[in-house]
Design a binder for this molecule. Sequence first.
Ligand code: NDP
Length: 299
Amino acid sequence: MGKAKIIDGKQFAANLRADVAKDVGALKAKHNITPGLAVVLVGEDPASQVYVRSKGKMTVEVGMHSYEHKLPDDTSEADLLALVEKLNNDDTVNGILVQLPLPKHMNSAKVLESINPAKDVDGFHLINVGLLATGGDAMVACTPLGCLMMLKDQLGDLSGKKAVVVGRSNIVGKPMAQLLLRENCTVTIAHSRTVDLAGECKRADILVAAVGQPQMVKGSWIKPGATVIDVGMNRIAAPEKGEGKTRLVGDVDFDEAVEVAGAITPVPGGVGPMTIACLLKNTFTATCRQNGLDEADIS
Ligand code: NDP
């Protein structure tokens, strides 16, 4: 079959951020509105700190206001809910993101449901999940939204394609499946209880792996020419780089898959960079909707 096309998520994300920056400029010029994104971080989780820092930096780079709220690990749930309520009522804040995971003494579901659905740029609120499932104007979870954009760029019309999503989490697998269904794919959702996972995958024109198992999807599971989106981000030991070193791999065995697939996202540099770019896109969308503007008319 030969080598697959490598889908460059880093470049795709850079282009998307440039488009958002252009739209933000036009929104300012035409309507004197600057979108604002508030990110709330509770505690000292190192990975979350890195995410929040890069979200803030990229928010400013596209011309939006970034408001960072860092709260200590022992913040009470009531205090966090009070902050969310304040942000819900703040007109300069168009998007609210509460960074997960939250400390164990907090009920994450309760906190997420306290966010105004119109400002829920992560798309995790039940209202947005319901709107996505019923064909309404939802805020869509960023990672699956990024995957869909890359798929449409690669394949154009997805109608009638057989799509298999491996993983059924609320943040990736399920919204991904809903998005593909909305594009008229025939969708299968596979998970840890699926019988003959390899056989299911092999029938897919579009295969999305969101499992959290390093290099689980083998080349022999892939239909020749299929488009493969690897959401997985797994850190594994890399003794070849030196003692104690690690490297990032996906849920797909890339070296095998690249020989069979038609196109594939690498890890790193595939889905990962798209997530923050889609967060910015969602913040722009939310700002337009809150101001009664049609996003398509802005730029
Ligand atoms: P979860 O752990 O919430 O869900 C994993 C899913 O995979 C579950 O539905 C589980 O099935 C299924 N699964 C686990 N093991 C197997 C197996 N052996 N065979 C078949 N199915 C299996 O993970 P997330 O959805 O949150 O994340 C998935 C991956 O994507 C992770 O590597 C994560 O790091 C990455 N990720 C990347 C992001 C990015 O920006 N690039 C963003 C979010 C996540 P069951 O339901 O039956 O238990």
